[in-house]
Design a protein around this ligand. Structure first.
Ligand SMILES: NC(=O)c1ccc[n+]([C@@H]2O[C@H](COP(=O)([O-])OP(=O)(O)OC[C@H]3O[C@@H](n4cnc5c(N)ncnc54)[C@H](OP(=O)(O)O)[C@@H]3O)[C@@H](O)[C@H]2O)c1
Length: 282
């Protein structure tokens, strides 16, 4: 990874397999109520975030678009991700789903379009991936990827089309470290994007995290988010609290040493906060 970095070891962008780049930190808006979204996204953009992660299912794409248009930034300066919901799997449905998302956002392209879940019981994720490939060729999604895909699902779409998802956005935090999946991503140049990167706040009371926070003079959230960066992950923490939005962004000015990284690595417990991808069909 290279590009505009304050520190040589932790670039501000990750390189995608399709030649584009994605900011290493984005602002997640799952469960940000519609009426708070314009303010929260606006605040995040003023803080310095240049990526927003939304989804058709979050019900706040319209407000995300409004916040970006209301900022002092040009559309090109903000990396916008949205996702296709399970009920929109299938070739024709996928096309219409992106059209509706673009209409709500008020944009003519998204930077990254993801299949939200493989929804294996629907049996349509390969067809849906084929549709996304066409949407990328048409320029309506600059990059395309997937979310909550296990290795088996990734292999299916790659084998069927030869096109590798640029990103797999998965649940990932100290209690669910996904080592095998991350190795598969690294072998195939897939960027690992961590959702619930601080385990919805549940990992912040962990004694090891608290001890490291005290010794580095950082907050527990900053320690965990920095651990992600040093693993090579892209992170998309969510908050509606201005101080936390700012705090979560200030993770480029310190480095965890190997011992600290090892202590967090040892917290893995295979514990999910969300659904199991192999059986969640929405
Ligand atoms: N692809 C998927 O299936 C999927 C699933 C889930 C999430 N996501 C994406 O990932 C994003 C983040 O995941 P998430 O929202 O589930 O969890 P998260 O970012 O791990 O945690 C968010 C929670 O932690 C709190 N928090 C945030 N920063 C904090 C800090 N510095 N100190 C203490 N508490 C803090 C927030 O509270 P306040 O807001 O009250 O400050 C909120 O309750 C979502 O917004 C969404 O964009 C994707």
């Amino acid at each position: 990874m290279t590009t505009d970095t304050g520190r040589p070891d932790q670039p501000r962008h990750a390189e995608l397999g399709d030649g584009r780049t994605i900011p290493r930190i984005g602002f997640g808006v799952f469960q940000v109520p519609r009426e708070q979204t314009v303010d929260a996204v606006g605040y995040a953009l003023r803080t310095g975030y240049r990526a927003v992660d939304t989804a058709a299912a979050y019900g706040n794409e319209r407000e995300v678009g409004e916040a970006i248009r209301g900022s002092s930034l040009d559309r090109e300066e903000v990396f916008v991700t949205t996702k296709l919901w399970n009920s929109d799997h299938g070739r024709r449905s996928a096309d219409r789903a992106l059209a509706r998302s673009l209409d709500r956002l008020g944009f003519d392209y998204v930077d990254l379009y993801l299949i939200h879940w493989p929804a294996p019981a629907r049996g349509l994720y390969v067809d849906t991936w084929e549709a996304l490939i066409e949407l990328q060729v048409a320029g309506r999604a600059r990059s395309i990827g997937v979310s909550n895909f296990d290795i088996e699902h990734l292999e299916q779409v790659i084998d069927a089309t030869g096109v590798v998802p640029a990103v797999n956005q998965v649940e990932l935090h100290p209690r669910l470290q996904q080592a095998e999946l991350r190795r598969f991503h690294a072998d195939h140049s897939i960027v690992t994007e961590a959702w619930s990167p601080i385990a919805k706040g549940r990992v912040l009371d962990d004694p090891v995290v608290r001890e490291l926070a005290a010794s580095y003079g950082k907050t527990p959230a900053q320690i965990v988010l920095r651990w992600h960066l040093q693993l090579g992950n892209v992170v998309i923490p969510k908050s509606v609290t201005p101080e936390r939005i700012g705090e979560n962004f200030r993770i480029f000015d310190f480095t965890l040493d190997d011992e600290a990284m090892g202590r967090i690595d040892a917290l893995d417990a295979g514990e999910r906060t969300g659904p199991e991808p192999a059986t969640f069909n929405g």
